[in-house]
Design a protein around this ligand. Structure first.
Ligand code: NOJ
Length: 557
């Protein structure tokens, strides 16, 4: 073991607030719990299962969108920001969910989608019906096409989901007309954030949900609202997972400086409410210093650390990303927000079981190289214990506490992510991490709902991951998460200080308060740190050493 001479002190020098150290659980409403048996999860289903989250020991939940929507992008195409889609329930159900969560000591964060509306939003319908140059069109990004008859799109931007980022309208008189910008699906037209009416509307939407008692907002595509004014050509594809590398020019549609003024204004609204209401940025931005700009003291509270999520499972890569992330957020006085899985990426219990070669696929299907399930779960648990020992806040994605893998053999005909169609069947997309989760091994739909219905097919191996197979079983993934969350709270790890002890090629270890944490990335087992073993992601070997791909938490003397 290479004991590193560089003992690096990191600290979260932030004003205390629940969010600085919170563990926040992402609920994907379609796939969490279905109360009425239609195969799609809903708000009453969530409310009925809140006890699970209290027992698990998280501090808050973030709900992906449940607003009225044609569901062209699983609800990220919002038709009305102030209501609930009947698919998921009613506003009264949302109120009940918020109240019940509060009664259980859980905070509630809702998703806000400001970059685009649904094409079914009343504003877009009005824009389509109105003339070029009208105030209705000025709410979106409409342009005339290029070429003699305007048949070419206004620029070469590509949609994140594949294909061009522009669609041409048929004008009310039946002739081909202007084009509108959609960085995502055709059914998700981008709003024009240079228009004061849009800004005013979203301030009001914030107040609508704050008045109903929510504790914050996860802000979708937070780096996309403002586009470079000239809409300059950009030859690169627009992948959702790609950021702006430090040495490359900034793409004209992402991370423009103008977005920060929007969040400063939102922050003022949140600060005018009682309690600690928060904003968390979904911004696929690199490097760490750029993402830290979103969490300056007068802007957002948190920003997902996607550089961490994407980092390779090696000691040097993990050391580098953890160090860089803490330095960047320390510099602006914010906590770091760690995350390993969400509804847009391959679940980490499978991602970490993929061979290092071949990059990171956007979905996995039959015929693709398959992850090593046992290796993925072993590494996944080690990664989670490493993450939950770091100072700052952490996000968990529903089902990861069960060790759920990606569904990697989903039949292509059941895919619903628009990526699959728009990429011409070259990118499988994100359905594999969105499959309804298993609660009871022997119940219909594994307890997801009262019927055997599930909007995406659940694989037969879901039975072995069901909550009722793991609850109370020492060493199960569920009990491993629960113990980690209890110890994290008891030892105040979220508001602790990280001090590196070792950052060699094979082993990482650090101190956080009274705990020493060690992860073995090497091929040989290593001795644990001195002290009492409090927790480990898998059993130690017969000689009491820490095997490969295992994290231990030790109370040092
Ligand atoms: C990010 C969301 O997480 C993703 O699911 C969605 O497709 C895009 N934003 C577009 O809203």
């Amino acid at each position: 073991m290479n004991t590193d001479a560089r003992q690096q002190e990191q600290s979260v020098g932030v004003a205390p607030g629940w969010w600085t150290e919170a563990v926040i659980y992402q609920i994907y409403p379609r796939s969490f719990a279905d109360s009425d048996g239609d195969g799609i999860g809903d708000l009453p289903g969530i409310t009925a299962r809140l006890g699970h989250l209290a027992e698990l020991g998280v501090d808050a939940v973030w709900l992906s969108p449940f607003y009225p929507s044609p569901q062209a992008d699983a609800g990220y195409d919002v038709a009305d920001y102030r209501d609930v889609d009947p698919l998921f329930g009613s506003l009264a159900d949302a109120d009940r969910l918020i109240a019940e969560a509060r009664a259980k000591g859980l905070k509630v964060i809702v998703d806000l989608v400001p970059n685009h509306t649904s094409s079914a939003h009343r504003w877009f319908r009005a824009a389509v019906a109105a003339a070029p140059g009208s105030p209705e069109r000025a709410r979106y990004i409409f342009r005339d096409g290029l070429g003699p008859d305007g048949a070419e799109p206004p620029n070469d931007w590509q949609s994140v989901f594949g294909g061009p980022a522009w669609t041409r309208l048929v004008e009310p008189d039946g002739r081909p007309g202007q084009w509108y910008l959609h960085l995502f699906d055709t059914a998700q037209p981008d709003l024009n954030w240079d228009n004061p009416e849009i800004r005013a509307e979203f301030l009001d939407v914030l107040r609508f949900w704050l008045d109903r008692g929510v504790d914050g907002f996860r802000v979708d595509v937070a780096h996309g609202l403002i586009k470079q004014a000239d809409l300059a050509n950009w030859e690169e594809p627009q992948e959702i997972l790609s950021g702006n590398e430090a040495d490359k020019p900034r793409p004209p549609m992402w991370d423009q400086d103008g977005v920060h003024e929007v969040y400063r204004e939102w922050r003022r609204v949140l600060d005018s409410y009682d309690g600690d209401r928060i904003l968390v940025a979904e911004a696929w931005v690199e490097p760490a210093e750029r993402i830290a700009r979103y969490v300056r003291p007068d802007e957002m509270h948190q920003a997902f650390n996607f550089e961490y999520l994407l980092a390779a499972w090696t000691a040097p890569a993990q050391y580098a990303v953890i160090t860089r992330s803490l330095e960047a957020t320390d510099a602006v006085g914010a906590p770091t927000t760690w995350v390993l899985s969400n509804h847009d990426v391959i679940r980490h219990a499978s991602r970490l079981g993929l061979s290092a070669k071949g990059g990171r696929p956007n979905g996995i299907g039959i015929g693709d190289p398959q992850p090593d399930a046992a290796l993925g779960l072993r590494r996944g648990r080690a990664a989670t214990l490493l993450m939950l020992a770091l100072p700052g806040s952490a996000y968990l994605y529903q089902g990861e506490e069960l060790g759920l893998p990606e569904h990697t053999t989903l039949p292509d005909e059941s895919r619903q992510d628009p990526t699959w169609e728009r990429s011409g069947h070259t990118q499988r997309g994100r359905d594999g991490c969105r499959v309804p989760i298993p609660w009871e091994a022997d119940a219909p739909s594994y307890g997801f709902g009262p019927a055997d219905a599930s909007w995406l097919p659940q694989p037969p191996l879901w039975a072995e991951y069901a909550l009722d197979r793991q609850r109370g079983v020492p060493g199960s993934t569920y009990e491993t998460y629960r113990t980690a969350l209890r110890l994290r709270r008891e030892h105040a790890l979220g508001r602790g200080t990280l001090e590196w002890l070792s950052s060699g090629d094979e082993v990482l270890s650090f101190r956080n308060g009274g705990l020493t944490v060690l992860t073995n990335f090497g091929t040989a087992a290593v001795p644990p740190p001195d002290g009492d073993l409090l927790h480990s992601s898998a059993p130690l070997d017969a000689d009491g050493r820490v095997p490969t791909d295992v994290t231990v938490w030790v109370r040092h003397s």
